[in-house]
Design a protein around this ligand. Sequence first.
Ligand code: I6G
Length: 690
Amino acid sequence: MANFQRVTELHHLIHQYNHQYYVLDEPSVPDVEYDRLMRELITIELEDPSLKSLDSPSQKVGGEALKAFTQVTHQVPMLSLDNVFSDDEWQAFVKRIHDRLVSDKVFEICAEPKLDGLAVSLRYEQGVLVQAATRGDGAVGENITENVRTIKSIPLKLIGDDYPSVLEVRGEVFMPKSSFDALNEQALKKGEKAFANPRNAAAGSLRQLDSKITAKRNLAFYVYGVGFIGDSNQNLSSEGIQITNKYNEDWLSNSHYQRLCQLKKLGLPMCPEVKLLKGSDLVDAFYQNILKLREQLSYEIDGTVFKVDDIALQSKLGFVARAPRWAMAYKFPAQEETTQLLDVDFQVGRTGAITPVARLNPIFVGGVTVSNATLHNQDEIDRLGIKINDFVTIRRAGDVIPQIVSVQLHKRPENAADIIFPATCPVCDSEVLRAEGEAVLRCTGGLFCAAQRKEAIKHFASRKALDVDGLGDKLVEQLVDEKLISTPADLFRLTELDVSIMERMGKKSAANLISGLVNARKTTLPKFVYSLGIREVGETTASNLAHYFLTFEAIKLASEEQLQKVPDVGAIVARNIIHFFKQQHNIDVVNDLETIMTWPIIEKKSADQQPLLDKTFVITGTLSQMGRNEAKAALQSLGAKVSGSVSVKTHYLVAGEKAGSKLTKALDLGVEVLNEDDLVDLLNEHGVTA
Ligand code: I6G
């Protein structure tokens, strides 16, 4: 009896902590306390298995592996949704609704993001989750109860006692982007195949016969509707089926949006982006807003879903074939398409890297027309097994540059031809070399190569380097082509007359550029070091070099061993720096620049001015009180090292809004996590305001 009482208490506490942690995102007890209660429960259940019930929180860890999935016939069919892709199609849908209702009255709309996951049906009897099923063909799905029980945010027991004895809800199981990244990272480390996208990963995880595997996959769930309610298996209600007890359709709100809120109160997670719109003219703004938010959302979506909110109107509209007439998915433009690889060009970059660029039959994908995509290097070409004239799958997600994801081998044409790398630089004809252990082929022409010259000057003038006002990439190309400049230092010898003869260059723009160049002469040592474009010396490394050596002279003269003492500088970067300062054309340009440019002296800070000296920080997510660069600069000013990736060497992770896989990794590694307020406090404590 004492044990039974304790088990009841433990259920109550753990369900409550799960809900606070996984649904409300408001953890209320430390992890150790949670683990202690869970261990206590499992121990009691092991000692007396009769105390283990279907709604025990211990079920979240998975159970015995199944031999096969059984089938479940849905009491009420699981429908699918019709799609539209354009405003015209959407307007036609709205018109059909008005026509069918014989009314032009404005109707409210419940608007939701369309999650890229799997639809499931959850059945609760007396508030306890008793069955979960996939949609299957709509009539019959697979019984995935054991797996669904392990999904942390799905309640095994509904909250409170105000619910019908049978409640079936429908929603989407999905894998958050951060869990997907972590899962693929692990798979690649183990030499296993990565999942192509979070949807496949969610599907693969739900189809595990061993629910212990599903339990480790970090799936999540949002509810999108009610399947049916009833007081017994016989006496059910869904769209018109009569029921008699107090939990009839009156218990359910007559607004779809409010129904979701009711389900949320029972502990079922509801997507926070769901909105009630006053009319169909607000649909476009919702769609555009979600499209804009898409990259920041912690889960993958492929569009929006709009539903007539009034349940009475839904009933009047009814269904067509297998989809409701009152709901519509307004999908985003496809992110994957098929096109043909017409040819491959070879581009020479700033460091001489020769990059194969795919010339594609132009294709509309992810909202833009794509005609080029990088093939990176020979290794990538080998990995894809791609040939000229092959049909390929192109993916463009959000603002991410388009990628060739795979070759459609079954469509390979007879004239498919191997991609051959050039034997000499396609721009300057110099020898090309592939360094040992590198995938990249490089032109050895250095600044003699016009392509490298152009790229080096563009980098020198770019925003994060000297930020020369009025000097865009096109103008740099023209100036090099016209032989007015051949090194970054030549920029400072340009006159207004020189530049005013350039295409589309009026007197005013010419004067602006010259004044931009005058201003750019005054810089800082970190920016100057970065502007030189030394291989793998990014902003952080440049800043670390400047603060370690204090003068440019010292950086130039540093040995490989001295360089490696600088935070962020390993053997490869040290060798790149030494190599850069050994080359005569670099020595000439650097000497020239030193006579033209100035920067303030960096004072060596004493140890008490650098209280964060041996501490490594990583910043992730969106900060609202300062930019990430500002936060980084503020931390660096206190001596901290700011790195781009989380590892065992990380001391603190600063996690802003929508932090993703870095936060997961930090938590896995036990790295201390600071939120933005903690960071501000830490900076203030040391007299820095960011
Ligand atoms: O498959 C679906 C995904 C999302 C849906 C759905 C949904 O609402 C946000 N709603 C309905 C009514 C159906 N399928 C049938």
